[in-house]
Structure formats: structure tokens, C-alpha cells
Design a protein around this ligand. Structure first.
Ligand SMILES: Cc1cc2nc3c(=O)[nH]c(=O)nc-3n(C[C@H](O)[C@H](O)[C@H](O)COP(=O)(O)OP(=O)(O)OC[C@H]3O[C@@H](n4cnc5c(N)ncnc54)[C@H](O)[C@@H]3O)c2cc1C
Length: 403
């Protein structure tokens, strides 16, 4: 892949050679807490992030981004051709949409959704002196950036990394807001399998590296377009984590606009003169609207558009893919793994099942492991109960090399 992405083989760096040897399944210390995500079932996300699906064209991200007339504008990670599927791509798309609105003479503007794209759009529109009202379906800001504190330390249940620190607007926002960042990832990286064997880099089957591509796009290999590698260019430099919570960078996107939380938009009527938004039976009118909801929400037809969106946009919504990545976050009473490791790869009999683990100990200072599932494995797991998912995760971890 041309860019360093979340979990690509390139991002993993060199595997640490580990002497092959047999280890027994071990008893694990007790869990002191857990968090499990279900991004597919989440009605305001309907997946984790977009990918170029088989049958989709690269230029369809532009079709998704294209304004409809002078009143309806679109932003969100899936609309960004250069930086799709990322937080910074979402932010830049919101700022791009704000520039488009500026050219129309609109005075009163609605923003639908307050994730990175909506926050970027609302701040930029307000900075131009426009009267901005932002509608957010959830009772919190940030969307797919979700910094959770239930385990006693900040753990991000959506995005973890600023991908490519150099020239990245999020790096700048982190600096401006005094948000701590650290270079952290999966290195050093150790592989183990379902028999408790540890693996040397040279022996890791190709199927596992294919699975890393699936991890990057949160999609199954057979669903990815052959052009997926050309999808986006990204920024260079190291990937950064935000140990005190990703959402802290959003403090840099405040502005003089009205925010309405717990306000899901049900319908958007638009014509050449303006837009009318329906929220819980109440209609509000504006000169223009910037829609930033996820591709998954658009696919689900969760917002009714009247008149229907133009055919190229509907085709883009249908053909671009919405991937699924879920995290299983486990806090133990004490660590049992090598806490100097960045991450662990797991070779299941069916490669992909809990195929990747991140050691959060160096990041947040607490004994926490994060298991990643994507695509078919994530879909299969998501419908299971918390207890069932935890049992699966612990069965895998029982084979992890001891520290
Ligand atoms: C598990 C996971 C891991 C990820 N890892 C990374 C990573 O490490 N680095 C990275 O750069 N990116 C990562 N991403 C992707 C990144 O989080 C997204 O690309 C980005 O946050 C999307 O921002 P957005 O503003 O486009 O969409 P969203 O954040 O989804 O914002 C859209 C907003 O619209 C709201 N909304 C939905 N429906 C309605 C409605 N009807 N009315 C009003 N509001 C509505 C939603 O609640 C949401 O707040 C990850 C995502 C996930 C899920």
C-alpha cells in the first residue's frame, strides 16, 4: 500500500524474531473491566470507515463529495479522495465543504453531524461570520472518535492514531491545544498461534499479511477493489497516539455556533432556495446544509432526502464500501504478557480471528490489551453477547507468550 495505514504490514515494521517453541495454554489473571464496540449496530455510524469496494471507482468519492446545487453540501471521511477513512481526512473534508458554502452567499447554515468533519465545517463556517446550527444525533461530540474513561484510563473505542504526523492538521491541533501525543504502534511485534507456538517473521504465512490488508481497510480481501491501493495518499511521518484521549484535539475546533445534541435529523428537503431539516417532527429552515453523516448512515437511508439525491451520488453511496472494525478492550488485574511489546499477531486456524492485539500498557500505563476484528470476523462476533465475545478473546489470549 502506498501509505502507512493503521495496521498495514508496513506499519508493523520489522517483526521481532522470536524463537519457535511450544508454550502451554495459561491461566490468565482476572479481568477488572472491559469494553466491546459494535460499530455496525450503531445507528449513527453503521460501520467503522469506508473502503473502495469491488465494483466502485476511485472517482466516486468525488461524486459523494459533490454539492447538490447551491444549497446541499457533503463532507465526511468517505468524501475525501486524498485521505479517506481517517480522522484528518474527515476534518479536511469539513473545511472543504465550508469553503464551498462560502461561495454561495448563504447566511444561515445547518451542519448535520458533529464528528471530525462536522466540527471542522462548523468552526470554519462560523469563522466566516455565518450563522451556524449544528445537529448531532448522539449526546456527545466526536462521532467515530470516542474517547472512553470507563476503565479508569482514557481508551479510544474509535480512532486510535493520527496517521502520518507530518503536515497533518491534527498534529497542529494537538500542539495548539496542548494535547499529548506519542509515537506508539505495534512494534515490537510478536506472533503466536492457537497451539501456543511462537513464530519467526520468515515463517509467517502470506495469508496473515493478506489479513493485515483487511485490517487496514476493515474489509474482507474479496470485497476490496483492485484499485484500493490507489485510494488516498495520506501524510508522511510517524503515526501518533493520544494517551489522554483523541477527543482532546477537538478543543481546537470550538467556535461561535449553536450545537444541538441528541437531535437526529430525519429528513432533508432541499431546492434552489434553501433546505428544511426535520428533527423529531420539528422543521427548521436554512440557506444551506452540510451533511457529514457516515457512508453507512447514507447507505441505510436513515435520512430521507427530498427530492432524491442525484443518480451519481446515489451510485457512489451504493458502490463504495463501509467497512467494519471492532475492538475488544480487556483490562486485567495485572499484565501477563511482555509489556515491552507493542503488539501481538495471532495465527488462528482460520486466520483473522482476533488476528491482532495492541498492548496499551506503554500508552496509558494500565494492563490493557485491545483485540481487533474486522470484516467477516467482526460481523460474526458483533451479534454475540459480551460474555461470549470475552470467552473467545480469553481463549485466544491463553496462548499468548508470557512476559
Ligand atoms: C474502530 C475504529 C478505528 C479507527 N481507527 C482510526 C485511526 O486509528 N486513525 C484514523 O485516522 N481514523 C480511524 N478511524 C476512522 C475515523 O474514526 C473516521 O474516519 C472519522 O472519525 C470519521 O469522521 P466523520 O466526521 O466523517 O464521521 P463521524 O465521526 O461518523 O461523524 C458523523 C456524525 O454524524 C452523526 N449522525 C449520524 N446520523 C445523524 C443524523 N441522522 N442526524 C444528526 N447527526 C447524525 C454521528 O453521530 C456522528 O457524530 C477508525 C474508526 C473506527 C470505527
Amino acid at each position: 500500500m502506498r501509505r502507512r495505514r493503521i495496521l498495514s504490514a508496513a506499519a508493523l515494521g520489522g517483526l521481532v524474531p522470536f524463537l519457535p517453541g511450544k508454550a502451554r495454554a495459561q491461566r490468565l489473571p482476572a479481568l477488572s473491566g472491559y469494553r466491546i464496540t459494535r460499530w455496525q449496530a450503531d445507528p449513527f455510524a453503521r460501520g467503522s470507515y469506508s473502503y473502495l469496494a469491488r465494483g466502485a471507482r476511485l472517482d466516486q468519492r468525488r461524486d459523494l463529495a459533490a454539492p447538490v446545487g447551491q444549497t446541499l453540501f457533503f463532507a465526511g471521511e468517505a468524501t475525501n479522495s486524498d485521505h479517506p477513512s481517517t480522522v484528518h481526512g474527515a476534518l479536511l473534508s469539513g473545511q472543504r465543504a465550508a469553503r464551498e458554502v462560502a461561495g454561495t452567499g448563504a447566511r444561515r447554515v445547518a451542519v448535520v453531524g458533529l464528528g471530525a468533519a462536522g466540527l471542522g465545517a462548523a468552526q470554519a463556517l462560523a469563522a466566516q461570520g455565518l450563522e451556524v446550527t449544528a445537529f448531532e444525533a448522539r449526546d456527545r461530540l466526536g462521532g467515530r472518535v470516542w474517547s472512553d474513561h470507563a476503565l479508569g484510563v482514557p481508551v479510544d473505542l474509535g480512532a486510535f492514531w493520527i496517521h502520518g504526523a507530518e503536515g497533518n492538521p491534527l498534529t497542529q491541533l494537538a500542539q495548539e491545544t496542548g494535547t499529548r501525543t506519542i509515537e506508539a504502534g505495534f512494534e515490537p511485534f510478536y506472533m503466536f498461534d492457537h497451539r501456543g507456538w511462537t513464530w519467526d517473521e520468515d515463517d509467517v504465512p502470506d495469508a496473515y499479511w493478506d489479513h493485515m490488508t483487511e485490517q487496514s481497510w476493515a474489509a474482507d480481501l474479496e470485497d476490496l477493489s483492485a484499485d484500493a491501493e490507489e485510494d488516498g495518499i495520506g501524510f508522511g511521518g510517524p503515526d501518533l497516539m493520544l494517551p489522554d484521549g483523541y477527543d482532546l484535539v477537538f478543543r481546537g475546533l470550538q467556535g461561535a455556533y449553536e450545537t444541538r445534541l441528541s437531535s437526529p435529523v430525519d429528513e432533508i428537503r432541499y431546492d434552489g432556495l434553501g433546505v428544511a431539516l426535520t428533527v423529531g417532527g420539528t422543521v427548521s429552515t436554512f440557506d444551506a446544509a452540510v451533511v457529514t453523516v457516515s457512508l453507512g448512515v447514507l447507505k441505510a437511508d436513515a435520512i430521507g432526502f427530498t427530492p432524491p439525491l442525484p443518480a451519481p451520488k446515489r451510485d457512489a453511496i451504493r458502490r463504495l464500501g463501509m467497512g467494519l472494525m471492532n475492538k475488544t478492550v480487556l483490562r486485567f488485574e495485572r499484565p501477563f504478557w511482555d509489556t515491552r511489546a507493542g503488539g501481538f499477531g495471532y495465527l488462528a486456524p482460520e486466520i483473522g480471528w482476533f488476528g491482532l492485539w495492541l498492548n496499551l500498557m506503554p500508552v496509558v500505563g494500565a494492563p490493557i490489551l485491545v483485540g481487533f476484528n474486522v470484516g467477516r470476523e467482526a460481523r460474526a462476533l458483533e451479534t454475540r453477547s459480551d460474555d461470549a465475545q470475552i470467552a473467545e478473546a480469553l481463549a485466544v489470549l491463553a496462548h499468548m507468550p508470557r512476559g
